[in-house]
Write a protein that binds this ligand. Structure first.
Ligand code: NAD
Ligand code: TYD
Length: 353
């Protein structure tokens, strides 16, 4: 079958990437979607079972830092577009091992940009390099204010600094070589398939297991939460309708102080498990704060709302209920992730190819 377009989605086996891959494979049967992912601890092909046998889906187990392999993928598929999500994504890990973040998030992004530039050879018609980034590049807010697309960058963790660097390099390729780039910076995502090292899935899992809930500092930090499918919808819109060289901020308009969110989460999980109200509050354990912990993130997403007509659809109440339900219904997914068993799924599924 001849496809109208081919798009490489990097990091498609991860949390947000798997929602993006599913959405594009299902909604655009005339696009060939190539999921390029090296499958780190965070990459899990079990996230993509629903689409793995679709005709318009391919998987390439490739490290974005590997020049030869990335070139091979470009030669094989001649992609029209790249949606770049592959990254080391967890702040706490970046504090323990910053070099891994420099390698993947910076070097890997440069390698993809370079390969796209060389492959497209200045013929950029209907081409697009779309870089997915985070609101954490803007730094930390006090009680007031919001990040806009023109807020100066002020990253404060190795993770956010590596993402900020990659954003700058993407823009540099736009300015210097005319590469048709677009960037979006999004707030904290939540939803099914998120690796249980991030706050919401970790705490759901721990409430179920009756393990301690480690609250950093006093739990006063504030995050803005967006349901992952709303992010995938924004990515779809920006990929198709965003303007070259532009940046779009994406947010949930949904700020929560960590401790308030944690108490709501505990209440809802306990309720679903028919436990008495407040049953699991005893698990709350205040621990030493994260080093350099950003106090508050908040996104002004008026640009994407007015320009592209996007807005967050999912209410937090429904989104959280759906997320909890998904984790309760998929205990084997958590078991596989925790034990690393999902890695044997790759061997089973792709080992003979
Ligand atoms: P994730 O950690 O769940 O998934 C990352 C994916 O990238 C995994 O499948 C992993 O195997 C793959 N990967 C990592 N290193 C790679 C490499 N060298 N080569 C190829 N593949 C590699 O991450 P996520 O939470 O889904 O985040 C996806 C993107 O969105 C990241 O760029 C992140 O910075 C950005 N983002 C995330 C959030 C959030 O709340 N999770 C918010 C805003 C932006
Ligand atoms: P996280 O999900 O790691 O996202 P990010 O740091 O990228 O915003 O953390 C969300 C918030 O929850 C952040 O303020 C740190 C806090 N947190 C805890 O209090 N305990 C935990 O065990 C984790 C993982 C996070």
């Amino acid at each position: 079958m001849a496809f109208e377009k081919s798009i490489v989605v990097t990091g498609g086996a991860g949390f947000i990437g798997s929602h993006v891959v599913r959405r594009f494979v299902q909604n655009y049967p005339n696009y060939l979607i190539i999921n390029l992912d090296v499958l780190t601890y965070a990459g899990n092909l079990e996230n993509l079972r629903e689409v793995e046998s679709r005709e318009n889906y391919r998987f390439e187990k490739v490290d974005i830092c590997d020049r030869e392999e990335v070139e091979r993928v470009f030669k094989e598929y001649s992609p029209d577009g790249i949606i770049h999500l592959a990254a080391e994504s967890h702040v706490d890990r970046s504090i323990l091992d910053p070099l891994a973040f420099i390698r993947t998030n910076i070097e890997g992004t440069v390698n993809l940009l370079n390969t796209a530039k060389n492959h497209w050879k200045n013929d950029y018609s209907s081409k697009r390099f779309y870089h997915i980034s985070t609101d954490e590049v803007y730094g930390s807010l006090g009680d007031e204010g919001m990040f806009t697309e023109t807020t100066p960058y002020d990253p404060r963790s190795p993770y956010s600094a590596s993402k900020a660097s990659s954003d700058h390099i993407v823009r540099a390729f736009g300015h210097t070589y005319g590469l048709p780039v677009v960037i979006s910076n999004c707030s904290n995502n939540y939803g099914p398939n998120q690796f249980p090292e991030k706050l919401i899935p970790l705490f759901i899992s721990n409430v179920v297991q009756q393990d301690a809930l480690p609250v950093y500092g006093k739990g006063d930090n504030i995050r803005d939460w967006l349901y992952v499918e709303d992010h995938a919808e924004a990515i779809d819109l920006i990929y198709h309708k965003g303007r070259d060289g532009e940046t779009y901020n994406i947010g949930g308009e949904n700020e929560w102080k960590n401790i308030d969110l944690i108490k709501t989460l505990i209440e809802q999980v306990d309720e679903k498990l028919n436990r008495a109200p407040g049953f699991s509050e005893k698990l709350i354990t205040y621990v030493t704060d994260r080093a350099g912990h950003d106090f508050r993130y908040a996104i002004d997403c008026s640009k994407i709302k007015s320009e592209l007509g996007w807005s967050p659809n999912m209410t937090f109440e429904t989104g959280l209920a759906k997320t909890i339900q998904w984790y309760l219904e998929n205990p084997e997914w958590i078991d596989h992730v925790k034990s690393g068993a999902y890695q044997s799924y790759y061997a089973e599924q792709y080992g003979s190819r």
